[in-house]
Design a protein around this ligand. Structure first.
Ligand SMILES: NC(=O)c1ccc[n+]([C@@H]2O[C@H](COP(=O)([O-])OP(=O)(O)OC[C@H]3O[C@@H](n4cnc5c(N)ncnc54)[C@H](O)[C@@H]3O)[C@@H](O)[C@H]2O)c1
Ligand SMILES: [Zn+2]
Length: 365
C-alpha cells in the first residue's frame, strides 16, 4: 500500500492507494474515530459489485452502516437528490454519531461530499473512490458540488474528507472506456507538473490500460501527490496555483457543452481534445515548441483517447460555449497553457483569433 499525505493543518488527511483495501476499510475508518454510524452513499451498480464486501468490512469493525442508494450517472448530482438525501439522513440521525462515506465514482463523491459539507454545517466524511478518474482526481482536494438546472457544478462547497481510500482492485470492473477516461486526467498531471512522469506514461500506457497492479499503484500515487501539492498551496482555488488543474478543461468543458453532456463524449475524452487545443494555442503564441505538442498529442492518441474535435460543425458551438466559461475574469478569458511538458502558465486575454485558429486546426475537416 502507498500513502500520500495531504497537509492542511487541522484538515490534513491520508490518501491510501493499494490492492484489496476495501476489506480493510472498516478498520481504517474505525481507527479514525469519525463516528460510530456510517451513512454510505452509493448506487445500485456499485453495491451489486462491492456492497457485500464493504458491509462485512464495516461490521467487522463494529460500525453500524446504513446504505443510501442514489441514481446512477450524472443524474445523481441533481439538487433534488441532494435534498432527498439530507431529509433521509436527518430522519435517521436520532442520537447517532454519524459520518458519511462516498462509495462510488466522481458523481457520488461530489454529491456525498456536498451533503457532508452542508448537513449540520459539516459532518466528517470519507472518500472511497471506485473509478480511475475519482481515484486520481475528484476524491482529492475537497471540492464538492451538485448541478443546478442551468449549469453543472454550480452549487458547492469546499469540505475536505478525513481519508481517501483508493482500492485499485475495484477498477477491474470498469469498462476500457472508463479507464481511458481516468488516464486522460493522469496525462494532465504529467503535462502540468512532471516531465519524468510523462516519460513513464509514454513507455507504460499499455500496462495502465491493462490494469497492471504495479503501474496502477504508481500512477495513482503520483497523480494524487501532484494534486495534493497544488491543493496544499491553494486550497480554495484563489491564488492561481490550483488553477493549473484546469489544463485542457476550458476547451474541454466547451466541447462537453456543445455535445450536450451526452455519452457521445466522456469528460476525459473532452479534456483530451482540450489539452491538444490548449497546446496548439501555446504553440501559436510562441510559448511552446511544436515538438512538445507532438509528444502530448501522440501520448493522448496512443492511450486511445481522441485528439481532434470530431466534426468541423461543432466548431461554432464550442467557441460560443467557451465564452460562457465560469472562470472568465472581468470578461477576459483565462487559459492554462503549457510552455513545455511539465510546466504550464496561466494566460489571460488570449486573442479570439488564436483560439478560433487552434480549434479549426484540431478539428476533423
Ligand atoms: N470534485 C472534483 O474536484 C472533481 C474533479 C473531476 C471530476 N469531478 C466530477 O466527477 C464526475 C465524473 O466522475 P466519474 O468519471 O467517476 O463518473 P461516474 O461517477 O458517473 O462513474 C462512471 C460510471 O461508472 C460506474 N462505476 C463506478 N465505479 C465502478 C466500478 N468500480 N466498476 C464498474 N462500474 C463503476 C458508475 O456507476 C457510473 O455509471 C463529474 O460529475 C465531475 O463533475 C469532480
Ligand atoms: Zn477533469
Amino acid at each position: 500500500m502507498k500513502k500520500v499525505r495531504l497537509s492542511l493543518k487541522g484538515r490534513s488527511y491520508d490518501i491510501l492507494i493499494g490492492r484489496d483495501l476495501l476489506r480493510r476499510a472498516g478498520e481504517i475508518l474505525a481507527k479514525l474515530a469519525l463516528g460510530r454510524d456510517a451513512v454510505v452513499i452509493s448506487n445500485s451498480r456499485i453495491l451489486r459489485l462491492y456492497g457485500e464486501a464493504f458491509r462485512r468490512s464495516l461490521a467487522g469493525s463494529r460500525l453500524t452502516a446504513r446504505f443510501e442508494r442514489v441514481p446512477d450517472s450524472e443524474k445523481a448530482k441533481a439538487h433534488r437528490t441532494a435534498v432527498d438525501l439530507l431529509d433521509r439522513i436527518a430522519a435517521y440521525d436520532k442520537r447517532k454519531t454519524l459520518f458519511i462515506v462516498a462509495f462510488g465514482g466522481g458523481v457520488i463523491g461530489d454529491l456525498a461530499g456536498f451533503v457532508a459539507a452542508v448537513y449540520k454545517r459539516g459532518v466528517p466524511y470519507a472518500q472511497i473512490p471506485t473509478t480511475l478518474l475519482a481515484q486520481v482526481d475528484s476524491a482529492i482536494g475537497g471540492k464538492t458540488g451538485i448541478d443546478l438546472p442551468v449549469a453543472k457544478n454550480l452549487a458547492g462547497a469546499f469540505h475536505q474528507p478525513k481519508v481517501v481510500i483508493s482500492d485499485i482492485s475495484l477498477l477491474k470492473t470498469l469498462s476500457p472506456r472508463q479507464v481511458r477516461n481516468g488516464l486522460a486526467e493522469i496525462i494532465k498531471y504529467a503535462v502540468i507538473g512532471d516531465r519524468r512522469f510523462f516519460g513513464y506514461l509514454e513507455s507504460n500506457y499499455g500496462r495502465i490500460l491493462r490494469l497492471d497492479d504495479k503501474s496502477l499503484e504508481f500512477v495513482i500515487s503520483r497523480s494524487s501527490a501532484i494534486k495534493a501539492r497544488l491543493v496544499e498551496k491553494d486550497e480554495l482555488d484563489r491564488k492561481g496555483i490550483r488553477a493549473a488543474l484546469n489544463y485542457g478543461h476550458t476547451i474541454g468543458h466547451a466541447i462537453e457543452t456543445a455535445e450536450g453532456y451526452s455519452d457521445l463524449i466522456y469528460h476525459g475524452e473532452a479534456i483530451a481534445i482540450g489539452m491538444v487545443v490548449a497546446g496548439r494555442i501555446a504553440v501559436k503564441m510562441g510559448m511552446m515548441r511544436p515538438a512538445e505538442l507532438a509528444r502530448i498529442k501522440s501520448l493522448i492518441g496512443n492511450a486511445g483517447l481522441p485528439t481532434k474535435i470530431r466534426s468541423g460543425r461543432l466548431f461554432a458551438p464550442i467557441f460560443a460555449a467557451h465564452l460562457h466559461d465560469k472562470k472568465f475574469i472581468r470578461g477576459k478569458n483565462r487559459l492554462v497553457l503549457p510552455t513545455g511538458i511539465g510546466r504550464v502558465r496561466i494566460v489571460e486575454g488570449v486573442p479570439d483569433s488564436v483560439i478560433r485558429g487552434a480549434l479549426k486546426e484540431e478539428s476533423v475537416s
